[in-house]
Design a protein around this ligand. Structure first.
Ligand code: DOR
Ligand code: ZN
Length: 443
């Protein structure tokens, strides 16, 4: 019931607090300082970062329907191992989460799993087919935090406009998967140098940018907040930057793979690097980094997309798009952004906690007194080599196998309960104070 996290660097993006301090937790909430008694759990966080629980606002949990890829139980196990205390799950399940009953099902399964917060995203259109509007109001009432046809674009501008008018009324954000299908036309990777030499059909940057522009125009017209999912091109970053300057209610997320890899990762025809939107060129990657640094890109979200070994173990053209992300995200954020000076720890924490929470209207992502005690503790110096065999999730489809990451989540606390604690054996540091965290595993 009572816990004190001692001596960590407390990072609270809302209050801009960044200082060494003790954090007190009581009854699942952040509390005012109290005296420890024999029942108080003491966590030594010296040398660690103590942040509001991370929320991944873009994951595919695959249940119902694709349980061979992932389930709500395994996906949330991956989440807490990756330092996430909450995930928003996309509706491209089977059946598609396009009605209140499925939203309820997901919430019940998440409660049963008992690991972390699960915030369902409802489909915009029935079956995400783009033809008829789904039951947005009913889903909203059942707890859908946002609406998206992710995996597919809403092809028809009239339909997207209508959805925005509804969502404006419902106070819900639209998460837009931006893809102009007539330009994708069967493409399987970024259209550029590598697609040419590999002989693979390319997806041009314009396929994304046309839809980003359309949805910005519709957001301006309807007043509905629009969140651009997995932004990947320099042109899209520029469009969002410009729209924000004009006061349009648009936000954007980028995945760890889009800020740390280019289309060069596909050069060996590795299907684990086949994602949608595709890994782009070096100039796009640089633009994404600039967008993160200047605040154009609000959120880091994984697009965790597990697939089975057999599904990915086929010719590049035939493999499904997607890679897992939950268990490598924090390590990539620290290795590629924080340690390289692109983001401060406080900025990184904001993009992983408060920003996604506020876009989704969740009362999360802060460490002020009375806030839910969802906490992520990071060891910024802990080095770990990515080994998919250790993943808690079912998917092994990552192109980061063997990559050394520096800065790993070491403890995940949800509503005041430790849900995951990382073994330090693989780390370079071994200090007396770390003996507390022994058994790696999901609690
Ligand atoms: O790479 C992707 N995988 N992109 C998407 O938009 C969908 C996702 C999936 O569901 O596998
Ligand atoms: Zn998508």
């Amino acid at each position: 019931m009572k816990m004190i996290i001692r001596g960590g660097r407390v990072l609270d993006p809302v209050s801009k607090r960044d200082e060494i301090a003790d954090l007190y937790i009581q009854n699942g909430l952040v509390a005012l300082p109290f005296e420890a008694d024999s029942s108080t759990q003491i966590i030594d966080a010296a040398g660690r970062l103590v942040a509001p629980g991370f929320i991944d606002m873009h994951v595919h949990l695959r249940e119902p329907g694709f349980e061979a890829k992932e389930t709500i139980a395994t996906g949330t196990a991956a989440a807490v191992r990756g330092g996430f205390t909450g995930v928003a799950c996309m509706p491209n399940t089977n059946p598609v989460a396009d009605n209140a009953a499925i939203i309820e099902f997901i919430k019940n399964k998440a409660l049963e799993a008992g690991r972390c917060g699960v915030y369902p995203v409802g489909a915009i259109t029935r079956g995400s087919q783009g033809k008829e509007m789904a039951e947005l109001a009913g889903m909203r009432e059942s707890g859908a935090v946002a609406f998206s046809d992710d995996g597919q674009p809403v092809k028809d501008a009239w339909m997207m406009r209508l959805a925005m008018q509804y969502c404006k009324m419902l106070g819900a954000v639209i998460i837009s998967h931006c893809e102009e299908k007539s330009l994708v036309a069967g493409g399987v990777m970024h259209e550029g140098y590598y697609s040419t030499i590999l002989g693979l059909k390319g997806i041009p940057a314009a396929a994304e940018e046309i839809m980003v522009s359309r949805d910005i125009i519709l957001a301006a017209e309807t007043g509905c907040p629009v969140h651009i999912a997995h932004i990947s091109t320099a042109g899209s970053v520029a469009l969002v930057r410009e729209a924000k300057k004009r006061g349009i209610s648009v936000t954007a997320e980028v995945t760890p793979h889009h800020f740390s890899l280019t289309d060069g990762a596909v050069a060996d025809y590795s299907t684990n690097a086949k994602v949608n939107p595709p890994l782009r060129g070096e100039a796009d990657l640089q633009a994404v980094l600039a967008g993160l640094a200047d605040g154009t890109i609000d959120v880091i979200a994984t697009d965790h997309a597990p697939h089975t070994y057999d599904e990915k173990n086929v010719e590049f053209d035939l493999a499904p798009f997607g890679m897992v992300g939950l268990e490598t995200a924090v390590g990539l954020v620290w290795s590629e952004l924080v340690h390289k000076g692109i983001l401060t720890p406080l900025q990184a924490v904001a993009k992983l906690s408060f920003n996604p929470a506020s876009i989704l209207g969740l009362n999360r992502g802060m460490l002020t007194e009375g806030a839910a005690a969802d906490i992520t503790i990071i060891d910024p110096d802990l080095e770990e080599t990515v080994d998919p065999a250790k993943f808690a999730g079912k998917g092994r489809n990552t192109p980061f196998t063997g990559r050394k990451l520096k800065g790993m989540p070491v403890m995940t606390i949800v509503a005041g309960e430790i849900k995951y604690q990382r073994s330090q054996k693989s780390g370079v540091r071994s200090r007396e104070s770390e003996v507390r965290s022994q058994n790696e595993g999901t609690v």
